[in-house]
Write a protein that binds this ligand. Structure first.
Ligand code: ADP
Ligand code: MG
Length: 161
């Protein structure tokens, strides 16, 4: 696990601040990256994805794809190449097996873009090999504590000391 920003925990004080954090995150994303978003309802997961989308040059509204599970948005990377943002929200998923029918695996290795997944814990242990984990916690009315860390599964972990 490694931190993506100089401080591992950010304090975000508004929805606008969360969008800005998402935009900053978009600048260090590459094709194939998967961002998992943990946090309660109203934490700001979708708000952060809106910032990501903005940073990827995506125009038009980004809402939680609650009914469809997946929404696709077409954007451009800094080199002007087409890039797709796959935005998933698993909140309403009742059985991880439903994920087979949407071809969940393709979103865990998005070769032509990046994925942002809200409520990934609904998929149980069905995780990508590598992911960026965004954890958002309420800390008062408009205040959120956010940590953003990179994780790899499957490989050997380096010793921690
Ligand atoms: P989630 O997708 O986690 O359920 P949303 O992003 O849809 O949450 O909603 C978060 C709501 O909280 C938005 O209405 C947003 O404007 C508001 N809000 C207030 N303060 C913050 C903050 N610091 N960070 C993110 N959202 C905030
Ligand atoms: Mg949401």
């Amino acid at each position: 696990m490694s931190d993506l920003f100089p401080v591992d925990q950010q304090v975000v004080r508004s929805g606008a601040g969360m969008r800005e954090l998402g935009e900053r995150l978009s600048r260090i994303l590459y094709r194939g990256d998967v961002v998992l978003l943990h946090g309660d309802l109203g934490a700001g997961k979708t708000t952060l994805v809106q910032g990501l989308a903005q940073g990827l040059g995506i125009e038009g509204p980004v809402q939680s794809p609650t009914f469809a599970i997946v929404a696709e948005h077409e954007g451009l990377d800094p080199g002007g190449e087409r890039l797709i943002l796959y935005h998933l929200d698993l909140y309403r998923l009742t059985d991880p097996h439903e994920l087979h029918s949407i071809g969940y695996d393709q979103y865990l290795e998005p070769h032509d873009g990046v994925s942002a997944i809200e409520w990934p814990e609904r998929a149980g242990d069905w995780l990508p090999d590598r992911f960026i984990l965004v954890k958002i916690e309420h800390a008062g009315a408009d205040v959120r504590h956010v940590s953003i860390t990179r994780h790899e599964l499957g490989g050997l972990s380096p010793p921690t000391s």
